[in-house]
Ligand binder design. Structure first.
Ligand SMILES: [Zn+2]
Length: 393
C-alpha cells in the first residue's frame, strides 16, 4: 500500500500530501474541523482567540501549522505568533498576506517558538525585527522571541556551525553506524550548511520559557510544558480554560498521523533520547482526554489519550522488531533500516531514519538488552542479549 501505517516511522518520513487525501482512518481520533484547511496566507479560527495558519515546507513533510493568539501586552492590542515557518521567499510572502488580511489591523506583539527546528524558528528573526521596528516607532515594547534557553542556545550554535545536520563529523558518525555507501556519505558531507540555509539568523535576545511557567495571553493562562527527546527542550502550551475542554498547542511532541522524529545526532553521539520522549509524551496523559490538540503537522484533533497510547505502542513494536532482528546476527543501524522503514529513502529521509534507528538501539543497550560489537570493518553492530543475561549487563 502507498499509505504507510499511521504513526509508523515511514509515515513520519513520507507523510502523504494531506491536502488531497481523506483524513486517516484512526478510530480513536476526532477532527472537529473535518478536512478544512486554511489557504496559504489565510487563517481559520480553531478556538476563541486562536487562529490556525499553514506554511509550506520543501520536504516530504510538506507543511507546518502555526498559530495566532489574540493578545494584549501593556494595554496594546495585538497578536502572539506561535512558530514561524522556514526562511524563504514564499513563507515571507504568505506572512505578508497574513499581516494585511488576518490581523484586523493589529500588530504582532511577541513570537513564541516551541523548539529550535528550522520549520519552527526559521523566520523568528524576521518577524521579531519587523514588528519591533513598528513598536519602536510607538515607543512600545519590542516584539520578543520567547523560547526555552536550551533551544535558543542550540539554534544560535546550529545557525553558525556545520555539525548536527551535515558535514564531516556527521558523515563519520553515520559511517560508524554502518552507512558506508559513498554517495550518501558525500551527500551528508555536502550538507554542512544545511541548518543555516533554513535558519540564517536567530534573534540575539529572547525571553526564557520553562516548564510550569504560566503565560497570560489575551487574559487566558497558558501553561508551559517542557518535553524532551525530539528537540533539546521543547515547550508545548496548554490553556486549560479555553474552549470546552482546554487547548493544547502540542508542537511536534504529539502528532495525529505521523510519529515524532526521535534521533541521535553526531553532536551528542551517546545520547539516549527515546526514554525522554516516551516519558514526556506519557506525562501528557495528565491533561483532560477531551483536550483540543493543535499539532504542528496534520489537523487539530481530540483523542489525546488514545494518541498517546498509540505512540507508546508504536515504539514498543519497533523496539521488539529490532531485538528480534539482532537475535539472529549482529546488525548496524544502517543494516536495520529495512526492518524499521519498508520503503526507499532519499538522503534527507535516510539521515532522519539513521538517527531514529540509533535512538531505538541506544534505549535497548541502556536496558542491557543489546550489546555493541565492533566489527573488523570499524562498524558498530548490535547483538541481542539472551533473556536472563540482561540483568548482569
Ligand atoms: Zn521538530
Amino acid at each position: 500500500m502507498a499509505e504507510p501505517r499511521p504513526g509508523s516511522p515511514e509515515a513520519a518520513l513520507h507523510p502523504p500530501a494531506d491536502a488531497e487525501l481523506p483524513l486517516p482512518a484512526n478510530a480513536g481520533l476526532h477532527y472537529p474541523l473535518g478536512a478544512a484547511l486554511p489557504a496559504p496566507g489565510r487563517t481559520l479560527e480553531v478556538a476563541p482567540g486562536v487562529r490556525w495558519l499553514r506554511m509550506g515546507l520543501p520536504f516530504a513533510l510538506n507543511h507546518i501549522n502555526l498559530w495566532l493568539l489574540r493578545d494584549r501586552i501593556d494595554g496594546r492590542e495585538g497578536w502572539t505568533v506561535v512558530d514561524c515557518g522556514i526562511d524563504n521567499t514564499t513563507t515571507r510572502a504568505n506572512w505578508e498576506i497574513v499581516f494585511a488580511e488576518e490581523l484586523q489591523g493589529l500588530p504582532v506583539l511577541r513570537v513564541i517558538v516551541t523548539h529550535m527546528h528550522p520549520d519552527h524558528i526559521g523566520l523568528a528573526h524576521w518577524l521579531c525585527e519587523r514588528w519591533s521596528g513598528e513598536a519602536a516607532r510607538l515607543g512600545a515594547q519590542e516584539c520578543r522571541l520567547w523560547i526555552s534557553a536550551t533551544d535558543w542556545n542550540a539554534a544560535r550554535v546550529a545557525s553558525s556551525s556545520t555539525t548536527g545536520f551535515g558535514g564531516e563529523e556527521a558523515a563519520r558518525f553515520f559511517a560508524l553506524h554502518g552507512l558506508l555507501d559513498a554517495a550518501s556519505l558525500a551527500g551528508v558531507r555536502a550538507r554542512a550548511g544545511y541548518y543555516a540555509s533554513l535558519v540564517p539568523q536567530v534573534p540575539r535576545r529572547y525571553r526564557r520559557l520553562m516548564d510550569g511557567q504560566v503565560l497570560h495571553i489575551g487574559g487566558q493562562p497558558w501553561h508551559c510544558i517542557a518535553g524532551y527527546g525530539h528537540a533539546p527542550e521543547h515547550i508545548a502550551l496548554h490553556a486549560p480554560g479555553l474552549g470546552e475542554h482546554g487547548v493544547l498547542i502540542s508542537g511536534d511532541m504529539v502528532l495525529p498521523r505521523i510519529s515524532t522524529n526521535v534521533s541521535v545526532i553526531d553532536l551528542e553521539p551517546e545520547a539516549n533520547p527515546l526514554p525522554l520522549f516516551l516519558r514526556s509524551v506519557a506525562a501528557m496523559r495528565a491533561l483532560p482526554a477531551q483536550t483540543l490538540v493543535l499539532p504542528s503537522h496534520g489537523q487539530p484533533f481530540t483523542g489525546l489519550h488514545t494518541r498517546i497510547t498509540q505512540l507508546l505502542q508504536h515504539h514498543e513494536d519497533r523496539l521488539a522488531e529490532l531485538l528480534q532482528a539482532c537475535a539472529e546476527a549482529p546488525l548496524s543501524a544502517a543494516e536495520l533500516l529495512p526492518v524499521l522503514f519498508r520503503r526507499t529513502l532519499d538522503l534527507h529521509q535516510t539521515t532522519f531514519a539513521m538517527g531514529e534507528a540509533i535512538a531505538h538501539l541506544h534505549l535497548l543497550a541502556e536496558e542491557g538488552r543489546l550489546r555493541p560489537v565492533r566489527g573488523a570493518d570499524g562498524v558498530r553492530r548490535w547483538r541481542s542479549v539472551p533473556d536472563g543475561a540482561a540483568t548482569s549487563a
